[in-house]
Structures are given as C-alpha cells and as structure tokens.
Design a protein around this ligand. Structure first.
Ligand SMILES: [Fe+2]
Ligand SMILES: [Fe+2]
Length: 158
C-alpha cells in the first residue's frame, strides 16, 4: 500500500509557488515522521509541528492581507488540525507512540482535500487580488474585498 501523502496526480498543487513549496516541505516532513525510528520519532514530530505552525500562520497572514477576518473558517480548520498534532505529540511523549501512525493516516486523508479546496481557493483569490505571496505585497495597490470575509475562501464554498 502506498502510504505517502502525495497522490500520483499531485492534486494538492495550487499553482502558487511559495504555497506549493511549503506543501512539498510539509509532505517530506510527514514522510520522515512515518519512517522515524523510536529514537527519532519525537524530534521529527517536533519538526513537523514547527513547520506546520509556520505553514498555517503563513496562509492565515495571506488571508488577512486580502481582507479575511482573523476568525475565518480556513484558519479554524488549521487550528483544529494543529490541536490534534499537539495532543498526539503530548501522548507520544508519554509512550503512546502508536497514535502517531493513526494521525499520519488521518493527515494523509485530510491534506489533499484541504489543499485542493481551501488552499487552492486562497491561491486563486490572491491572484485575483494581485497579491504576490513571495513578496507579500500587492502588485497593483488595487483594493480587494472577499465576498465573505469570515468564510474560508475555498473553491468549493463561499
Ligand atoms: Fe496549506
Ligand atoms: Fe490551509
């Protein structure tokens, strides 16, 4: 069974280079954790958490830059995933290391869907807004207002 997160079709790619690069790093860290030995499990898990915190914060910064409120549903989904990672990390530190494989399976299911909907939606809105994720600035200075500032900016909902 193929246990890697990256699907053959790379459905998680959004077309935003910086976002896709971050996602590629995330997938590599997930793979590293899946292959961890008992000695490297916690340090690799810690690296994944630190990267995920930065990954989610980056997207949430971009969402706010193009007009979403801080409490948008994309950010709320990030928070729920991060809470799960932190809880499993805590329990793994207490010896419940079997939970890590279950969590990685859940991440494998969640990530491509999230990337193809919420992240791809964000990438599309940044393009519409003229917001460059590499420099984190607007090319045109044009004002942009999302249709639903508390929404998720997903391709599949408002
Ligand atoms: Fe993402
Ligand atoms: Fe996201």
């Amino acid at each position: 069974m193929d246990t890697t997160l990256a699907s053959p079709a790379d459905t998680w790619r959004t077309g935003d280079v910086r976002m896709d690069d971050t996602h590629e790093e995330f997938l590599a860290l997930v793979d590293d954790l899946r292959q961890a030995s008992p000695d490297t499990l916690l340090p690799l898990f810690e690296r994944l958490i630190a990267h995920t915190e930065a990954h989610f914060a980056q997207e949430e910064r971009w969402l706010q830059a193009i007009g979403f409120s801080a409490q948008n549903c994309h950010a709320m989904q990030h928070a729920a995933v991060l809470d799960t990672l932190l809880e499993v990390f805590k329990r793994a530190g207490q010896g419940q290391t079997g939970l890590v494989a279950q969590m990685l399976d859940a991440l494998a299911e969640w990530f491509p869907q999230h990337a193809a909907s919420m992240d791809a939606g964000l990438a599309q809105l940044m393009r519409q807004a003229g917001f460059d994720s590499a420099s984190e600035s607007f090319a045109s200075g044009a004002a942009f207002t999302p249709a639903n500032p508390g929404g998720c900016g997903s391709l599949h909902c408002s």
